[in-house]
Design a protein around this ligand. Structure first.
Ligand SMILES: [Zn+2]
Length: 376
């Protein structure tokens, strides 16, 4: 029997939290899911087999980075992103909309799209809903994100409304361009992105527009952009409820472990964030007692593993003292091992979340987690 193009089934709920499985041609994605970020066709410092061994079912690729280097057309000639980087399971690609605004120089935005200069070599490019769909098709992405404008934090109600309206027009253009993508449209999925800043009314309008267009899944966009956890949770108290319950809900760019637990409580199924990889390279390890900075002098002779409760290959082999030494000495292996532990910790967190929902004890798990986890 062939795998379905895309299906989502919820097997258990506990309050608003739910656990289930997304089935796609390249494999199943257990939800709630955390997607390690593979920006430039690599989850930095990790081999694909290690990412998989940590428990990841899906990773994320960045359209903006890949279109600039090595280039989408080149990637297509080389057979697509999966074969190129050696990851044969599902990949979600973002649309490039968020990163073009945050990373590139000299952007010029119009109804057509965003004209910009590469942050690498200054070369001129254009991203539009149509071009974003084309690039994600050339990469052979499994979950394609609609091209949108991430509304800036702290804008006025009018600005948020205009930005959301444009994103909804772009969502329709994304849908049309994706559907015209031939064979790729028959095997990939397309997600829409809800915008509307922190405003309940705008979030409702955005959700209704997206549902009218129709998507395989729905992302809550425009959060984790500096508004803080309390404001984010305030928005998540209503935003996910506006999206179809039979479709996965993806909170983009989130987050810290306690953000994830709180968002699952509010009905979110999918996450991505650079934190476990970036923090790993910076010497920060996530543990069940909160993050720790391995550079700290108190770890110089500490024989304990990073997290005594962690079963990852790093914690079962090396001490905090050794990792402290590697990171202080600027050794490559330090970044690799810290990243491997962090990726494993995040997947372990998701496994615990899924199991506790399935067993109807998610509230107990969440309370216990918050009791032990100390936010940095
Ligand atoms: Zn570990």
């Amino acid at each position: 029997m062939t795998q379905p193009r895309f299906s989502f089934s919820v097997s258990a709920t506990d309050g608003k939290a739910r656990t289930g499985v997304i089935s796609m041609r390249r494999g199943e994605i257990r939800t709630p899911a955390f997607m390690p970020v593979g920006t430039a066709a690599t989850v930095k410092a990790m081999r694909p087999a290690e990412v998989r061994a940590a428990g990841a079912d899906i990773i994320l690729g960045n359209t903006y980075h890949l279109m600039l280097r090595p280039g989408a057309e080149r990637m297509a000639r080389l057979g697509g992103l999966h074969g190129f980087m050696g990851w044969d399971r599902p990949i979600l690609t973002d649309s490039g909309g968020y990163q073009v605004m945050s990373l590139s120089a000299l952007t010029r935005m119009s109804e057509e799209g965003v004209a910009f200069s590469s942050h690498i070599d200054g070369s001129k490019h254009m991203l539009s809903p149509e071009r974003s769909m084309e690039i994600q098709r050339l990469l052979d992405s499994d979950i394609v994100m609609a091209f949108d404008e991430c509304t800036r934090n702290g804008c006025t109600h009018d600005e948020a409304a205009q930005s959301m309206e444009r994103s909804m027009r772009w969502a329709k253009r994304s849908r049309d361009a994706f559907d015209a993508g031939g064979a790729h449209a028959d095997r990939a999925a397309l997600f829409g992105i809800q915008q509307g800043s922190l405003d309940e009314g705008l979030r409702r309008v955005s959700a209704d527009r997206l549902i009218d267009i129709g998507f395989d899944g729905y992302a809550v966009g425009g959060l984790a952009v500096g508004e803080g956890q309390e404001a984010m949770f305030g928005c998540l108290d209503f935003a996910p409820d506006m999206l179809p319950p039979d479709r996965p809900r993806y909170l983009m760019g989130v987050g810290k472990p306690d953000d994830i637990v709180g968002a699952v409580e509010r009905g979110i199924d999918m996450f991505d964030c650079v934190l476990p990889t970036r923090s790993g390279r910076n010497g920060q390890a996530f543990t069940w007692n909160g993050p720790l900075n391995i550079r700290n002098a108190r770890f110089a002779e500490d024989r304990e593993p990073l997290d005594p409760r962690c079963a990852c290959p790093v914690c079962s082999t090396w001490s905090r003292a050794y990792l402290h030494h590697l990171v202080k000495a600027g050794e490559m292996l330090g970044a690799m091992l810290m990243t491997q532990h962090n990726i494993h910790f995040y997947q372990d967190l998701m496994r615990n979340i899924r199991d506790s929902i399935a067993q109807g004890r998610f509230a107990v798990f969440a309370a216990g987690f918050r009791n032990e986890y100390k936010r940095a």
